[in-house]
Design a protein around this ligand. Sequence first.
Ligand code: AMP
Ligand code: MG
Length: 406
Amino acid sequence: MKSVTEHLNDLLDGIEPLDPIEVRLGEARGCVLAEDVTAPWPLPQFDNSAMDGYAVRTDDLLAATAANPVELDVIEDLPAGRAPVESVGLGQAIRIMTGAPMPAGADSVVPVEATNGGIRVVTMSAPAIRGAHIRHVGEDVRANDLVLQAGTVLGPRHIALLGAVGHGRVAVHPRPRVVILTTGDELVEPGNPLEPGQICDSNGPTLAAAAWEAGAVTFRVGPVADDAELLWRTLEDQLVRADLVVTTGGVSAGAYDTVKEVLSKLGTVTFTKVAMQPGMPQGYGVLGEDRIPIFTLPGNPVSAYVSFEVFVRPVIRRMLGHTVLNRPVIGARCLAEINSPAERTQFVRANVSIAEGAYVVEPVGGHGSHLIGGLASANALIVLPPETTKVAVGEYVRVLRLDQGE
Ligand code: AMP
Ligand code: MG
């Protein structure tokens, strides 16, 4: 059997970040920047007022006191967004709003609160400080500065900067289009009536949500019946819109394991056993002329989900251009005894929390790979390596956090 790491490396082999495209700034959040971005202009772009007040000449106010205030003629009203027409001369002021360009002649801004707020004539009762309340050109970013490096994961703060330097569009690695295809005669789309023996397709919505959370654009297909011809046709149809195809079900050794039956024959998809629990049967390969990667996950819901987390999520993230592919793994003190099979990596559904400033973790929800109720109450997976067969209470274990990782 292959180890989890070997299998993951095989899957990642040959997966590259998708070729960059230009997207509008509003669509860039969460994407990885594919170009270095420089500032075409400085920030601020021009000297401007940091306050609502009056642009003045400090020399005019040297003698101003409360007892002997100085009156200045207000010669212009300058809101943000308008260029000054006048320049400030001897005994003059311009009423100026936050963000408005500093007029020539003025070397300070006196906040409106420090004046009588006059419209034609303003009264000043203290000297002004040269340069006060002025935001200076380039004090934040200089023209031609490298403002963001390729590889940056764009969040709101980076988008603020891109917007300020006028990038309406930006080159990013696009979100991979992931087709989630579920298979099984017994499956019915949730919400539709069930006949005896049928169950709801929970893997489809689960993996679509997980792929979306990983940063992909997802398309759900199915549930597709266990019919070789139908499955093949459906797969072929989907290839045009897929950067990655993920299937669930039909990969064991049963009589109706159609995925395995259909894809084994192609010679481009390999079925293998990975030394893990849950999630042992795994298949991977490529389909069609464009050699679209396909991963076939087991059908049991917990196996499918854990396989997605361990194998598919890192692949989606590589396609997105991320360099950190895995969720954070932390060390935590285990609150219960765990028995684990030898020679397999075990992923134990668990709940991690902080007690007295340190991480503690507790298994939840049982072992069976059909136990979805327990899965929902887990926020982490304890990862027990193949050589571990027993964990004692209080021992430290490695914990993969399912609720973290951009
Ligand atoms: P299979 O790998 O197709 O043999 O499926 C293994 C188990 O997982 C069976 O009990 C299936 O009914 C169940 N299963 C397969 N696919 C799904 C799905 N999409 N949603 C929920 N359960 C599933
Ligand atoms: Mg099946």
